[in-house]
Design a binder for this molecule. Structure first.
Ligand SMILES: [Zn+2]
Length: 166
């Protein structure tokens, strides 16, 4: 894996392009590899370009300690996130979405995944009206499949391209 080139995901119908730092993908792959047959995940932290056309994901968290996971579900916890986001806010970075792992599976968002992202888009606590969902599927580290989807409260979600396959 090339650790220095950022990955870009876009679609004509998306509100912005998503750029993922290569270090972010590496961390995601190593978290998923460690999780084995269990789902894992966390939040995406980043910022938007001044014209709003690019969302840069500069950091992801591992699963908070109070997360609940099985081989087919992941409920992200909250321990430590408030403090981390407060510190990042001072540096110009904030919450931009969620990520999780589908062990051995497709990176396609499930019905509950879509429902959860729609409620984040309309939840004032998140202050994030167009949250991003990244799902890593496959069997990392040797097989990595990545989907990037942008959600909006009153519109269909938009899958960005490419469908990343390593
Ligand atoms: Zn899922």
């Amino acid at each position: 894996m090339n650790d220095s080139v950022p990955l870009s995901f876009s679609s004509p119908s998306a509100p912005y392009t998503v750029t993922l730092e290569a270090t972010v993908l590496s961390k995601m792959v190593s978290d998923c590899t460690r999780a084995g047959a269990h789902e894992t995940g966390g939040i995406l932290i980043g910022n938007y370009s001044s014209d709003g056309s690019i969302a840069l994901i500069s950091e992801i968290t591992s699963h908070p300690k109070d997360s609940i996971s099985s081989s087919v579900t992941f409920q992200r916890g909250i321990i430590g996130l408030k403090e981390l986001l407060a510190a990042r806010w001072d540096e110009g970075f904030h919450y931009v979405g969620e990520w999780h792992y589908h062990p051995g599976g497709s990176p396609e968002p499930s019905g509950p995944d879509i429902h959860a992202m729609r409620s984040i888009a309309t939840n004032a606590k998140y202050s994030c009206r167009e949250p991003i969902l990244i799902i890593l599927g496959g069997r990392p580290p040797r097989e990595v499949k990545l989907s990037v989807t942008v959600f909006q409260a009153n519109r269909p979600s938009v899958r960005l391209n490419p469908f990343y396959y390593l």
